[in-house]
Write a protein that binds this ligand. Structure first.
Ligand SMILES: [Zn+2]
Length: 86
């Protein structure tokens, strides 16, 4: 599984007379963006591995959702009183 978000990047290459000079930027190039100790990290994802990364991100989402559900169940089982809505 993979945690993070996919970012599509469009860029100018800097070559004279390239179509990107007229605003048709190159791309998209994909990056997986995630935070490590408060610093954003970007990992380049080749298009050939995009599906693999998307699947792994989906797996992380399911893992996260399950964790949240489990937390709710555990909380219930601890028999703690819920605070009334104010
Ligand atoms: Zn260009």
């Amino acid at each position: 599984m993979l945690q993070g978000s996919l970012v599509a990047l469009y860029r100018r290459c800097g070559k004279k007379g390239c179509r990107c000079e007229r605003g048709e930027k190159h791309g998209p190039a994909y990056c997986l963006s995630y935070k490590e100790g408060g610093v954003t990290q970007m990992v380049y994802i080749p298009v050939s591995r995009l599906e693999e990364v998307k699947k792994a991100m989906g797996a992380f989402s399911r893992y996260w959702e399950l964790g949240v559900k489990l937390s709710r169940v555990n909380l219930e089982q601890m028999g703690l009183k819920k605070r009334r809505r104010v």
